[in-house]
Design a protein around this ligand. Structure first.
Ligand SMILES: Nc1nc2c(c(=O)[nH]1)N[C@H]1C(S)=C(S)[C@@H](COP(=O)(O)O)O[C@H]1N2
Ligand SMILES: [Mo]
Length: 199
């Protein structure tokens, strides 16, 4: 396993090189949700980052829309073994959202409307690798896929891309989210097949 993500090398080697181990390719876009789909009005939507010292920063929908928008284009990989190539999204980089946040935390817990949560090292939300997205293929993100906005962290299995994301807590200590408590891997790297605890 090299340092460069193999997702960026795949095109030369064809589809098999782009597909992480144990995955199959789908053209569809399956919906995977534990529980009912929350309906969140953009007029009420807020996104909050809270630091380990308890300081917080909150954006309204309008403030969030006025931040610099990026257009990640990449492959996604679900732990239930489907992968989808060449997905297109619009959203705000976590680097932008974290720019004025003063923290020395090492961990992050994303939490959601509806109660879902997932944990990641803070570093995995940085360096151009994570976004809060609100469009899929040029259209507002459908509610079943996490609209109005979801976390998008495509270098990890897709359960880390929390739908209906409401905020991120920055923490000194790692602690499991919803699926991690249920036995999924703490980190979830598809190239190392980190599906379940102990993988
Ligand atoms: N809030 C919330 N986010 C979630 C989930 C969920 O149940 N609730 N499921 C996760 C899982 S297991 C996957 S594979 C992806 C699925 O996203 P999709 O339904 O848009 O394909 O969302 C992730 N984010
Ligand atoms: Mo999943």
């Amino acid at each position: 396993m090299g340092i460069v993500s193999r997702g960026f090398q795949g095109r030369r080697g064809g589809d098999s090189e782009r597909l992480p181990p144990g995955q199959y390719l789908t053209d569809g876009f399956p919906v995977l949700t534990a529980g009912p789909t929350p309906r969140v009005d953009t007029g009420e939507w807020t996104f909050t980052i809270t630091t380990e010292t308890g300081e917080s920063r909150t954006w309204s929908w309008r403030e969030f829309q006025n931040l610099p928008q990026e257009h990640p284009h990449t492959d996604i990989h679900c732990v239930t073994r489907w992968s989808k190539f060449d997905t297109d999204w619009t959203g705000v980089s976590l680097d932008t959202l974290l720019a004025d946040v003063d923290t020395s935390a090492d961990y992050a817990l994303a939490y959601c409307y509806g109660g879902y949560s997932t944990n990641l090292p803070l570093q995995d939300l940085q360096e151009g690798r994570a976004w809060v997205v609100h469009e899929f293929e040029g259209e507002p993100l459908p509610a079943e896929h996490g609209g109005p906005a979801r976390l998008f962290v495509p270098h990890l299995y897709f359960w880390k891309s929390a739908k209906w994301v409401r905020g991120i807590r920055l923490l000194d200590h790692d602690g499991p989210g919803f699926w991690e408590q249920a036995g999924y891997h703490d980190y979830g790297d598809p190239w190392r097949e980190q599906r379940y605890r102990g993988d």
